[in-house]
Design a binder for this molecule. Structure first.
Ligand code: HEC
Ligand code: HEC
Length: 273
């Protein structure tokens, strides 16, 4: 027989993580990427300039012609978690499916259901502007070569929740983990920052390294930063990270922000770039 306190504990923890689609959608930061400046929400068109050309986010509103209104749940999950389009072709990893692949199918399905309730926007997708030598089929090879082992699972429940929020939903490593020449995340530099971040920005080391990471921040500093974007010295974070705070980390429940903080303070410390 299962003792009652354990049952209550299990029920409580399941309820705490039974997030609805809207919450997951914000925790995963879908809105900002799929909305152009002054554009209709989820209608796409936001440009991403990369060394491999300019990519435009597609329309993920439920419009049946120009959006994903006719997609099945299976097709959606394949796109989000495996980087595979309904026609079998592979997506470019500007779409952070290397992180979203760590999401549960249940959570991915909930995001799908939530998207179906949004207003349909008719807006045709813009073609990516890529160099002549870059082809979509190459991304199949990229997926084969560049998707490696994710960060190790945690045995402590709060830390494991933090890892899920950081890796599967928040995709923090897409910017904070440096990449090798193939564009694959360097696992042994997990979250250690890079001088070659998106839009040529320097992305800081967010491991607990004391010299150039966030090892000198206390837990409250970090929680406050994720809620407000304010750094311990009183300045506010800029640019890309300000978007992440506005759209994602400020929208998390206090306990989830706390789990993220605990996890970030527990990962291995690596020196920065
Ligand atoms: C960093 C920006 C970024 C984020 C964050 C992001 N996406 Fe995307 N997404 C893109 C880009 C760019 C593409 C186009 C990839 C390609 O064409 O190969 C894309 C493609 C897609 C597609 C395929 C659409 C089609 O017409 O083929 C779907 C579905 C999608 N994203 C859903 C989501 C959802 C849901 C989230 C949040 C869980 C999300 N995206 C987060 C940038 C992003
Ligand atoms: C789109 C890229 C991007 C993503 C995604 C991203 N960050 Fe950042 N982050 C940055 C950049 C760029 C800065 C530096 C901003 C500045 O210079 O003001 C930064 C700064 C920070 C800082 C401040 C560190 C310092 O020493 O100043 C923390 C902490 C942080 N990010 C945590 C996170 C967490 C946690 C996530 C995931 C929820 C995340 N970031 C996702 C780009 C990103």
């Amino acid at each position: 027989m299962t003792p009652w306190p354990l049952l209550i504990l299990l029920a409580g923890s399941a309820a705490a993580y039974a997030d609805d689609g809207e919450y997951l959608f914000h925790a995963a930061g879908c809105l900002a990427c799929h909305t152009a400046k002054d554009g209709a929400p989820l209608a796409g068109g936001r440009p991403f300039e990369t060394p491999y050309g300019t990519f435009y986010a597609p329309n993920i509103s439920p419009d049946r012609k120009t959006g994903i209104g006719t997609w099945s749940r299976r097709e959606f999950i394949d796109a989000l978690k495996h980087g595979t389009a309904p026609d079998g072709s592979a997506y470019y990893p500007v779409f952070p499916y290397p992180s979203y692949r760590l999401m549960t199918n249940t959570d991915a399905g909930k995001i799908f259901d939530y998207l179906q309730t949004r207003t349909a926007r008719s807006q045709t997708n813009r073609e990516h502007d890529t160099p002549w030598w870059l082809f979509r089929w190459m991304m199949k090879l990229w997926q084969w070569w560049a998707l490696d082992e994710p960060a190790p699972a945690q045995t402590n429940q709060e830390l494991e929740r933090g890892r899920y929020l950081v890796d599967a939903l928040g995709h923090c490593g897409e910017c904070h983990t440096p990449r090798n020449w193939l564009g694959a995340s360097i696992r042994t530099r997990y979250l250690a920052g890079t001088d070659l971040g998106p839009e040529d920005e320097k992305v800081p080391n967010i491991t607990p390294e004391r010299a150039d990471g966030i090892g000198k921040w206390d837990a409250d500093d970090l929680a406050y930063f994720l809620e407000t974007g304010q750094l311990p010295d009183g300045d506010y974070t800029g640019s890309l990270m300000a978007d992440v705070v506005d759209n994602t980390t400020s929208k998390l429940r206090v306990a989830d922000r706390q789990a993220m903080v605990s996890y970030l303070r527990a990962v291995e410390a690596f020196p920065g770039p």
